[in-house]
Design a protein around this ligand. Structure first.
Ligand code: AMP
Length: 216
């Protein structure tokens, strides 16, 4: 099963994909994290992507599409995966459909996790993550037990460069512009299901699960 999670930055796509990974067995493929790994590792791809990622702009399709198609052709994705952060444009959606069709596969479901923009600004600017284990916290809604320290592994938490106010504004603008055409694209294909991302994490998970199981 190939599932696409759509939603603006901060909507909770990563949190939901991580929760559902154990239940569904689907690997979580996230382009944002692939870029951050490459940036941390100092690879050529990371060097090309870094200025875009850190300022909140989209990395050009020539880099992004190749990286994603390469990732989903790895053996662990042979039976499907949960895509988070891709596609973010119609060009990317078409390239993905074409690549899957070439292997006799297709996107089965697209789940749009919707959250109001004001709430997203608040979530993103209060978000802190662990550079070691990837755990994500929020200053107000999910603070760590000791301020600035990861509950899981004790590492010092960091704020992503692109969660700083200037980059947050750019990311939301860029993603808002691209979201509607993408929603239309999947709606027309009869694959779109919407889940409200505004309640507590478990409640959102129930709505996402219902979408996955085709109950909505
Ligand atoms: P995210 O963690 O999903 O918010 O992504 C962080 C950053 O990675 C984005 O602001 C973009 O710079 C880049 N990025 C992630 N996914 C894509 C994509 N599908 N297309 C272009 N850039 C992307």
């Amino acid at each position: 099963m190939y599932v696409v999670l759509l939603g603006l930055p901060g909507a909770g796509k990563g949190t939901q994909a991580a929760l559902l990974k154990d239940e569904t067995g689907l690997p979580h493929v996230t382009t944002g994290e692939l870029f951050r790994e490459n940036i941390r590792g100092g690879t050529d791809l990371g060097k090309q992507a870094q200025p875009f990622v850190e300022s909140g702009r989209l990395v050009p399709d020539e880099i992004t599409i190749g990286m994603l198609l390469d990732r989903i052709s790895q053996p662990d994705c042979a039976g499907g995966c949960m895509l988070d952060g891709f596609p973010r444009s119609l060009e990317q959606a078409r390239a993905l459909d074409e690549a899957l069709a070439g292997k006799g596969k297709r996107i089965d479901r697209t789940i749009y996790i919707s959250v109001a923009t004001d709430e997203l600004v608040c979530r993103l600017s209060g978000r802190w993550s662990c550079p070691n284990c990837g755990a994500v916290y929020n200053e107000t809604s999910r603070p760590p037990r000791t301020p600035g320290i990861c509950d899981n592994c004790g590492s010092r938490l960091e704020q992503r460069k692109d969660d700083r106010p200037e980059a947050v504004r750019t990311r939301l603008e860029v993603n808002l512009k691209n979201l509607e055409p993408l929603l239309d694209y999947y709606r027309t294909q009869g694959k779109l299901c919407e889940a409200s991302g505004e309640g507590p994490v478990e409640e959102v998970a129930r709505a996402v699960r219902a979408c996955l199981e085709g109950e909505r």
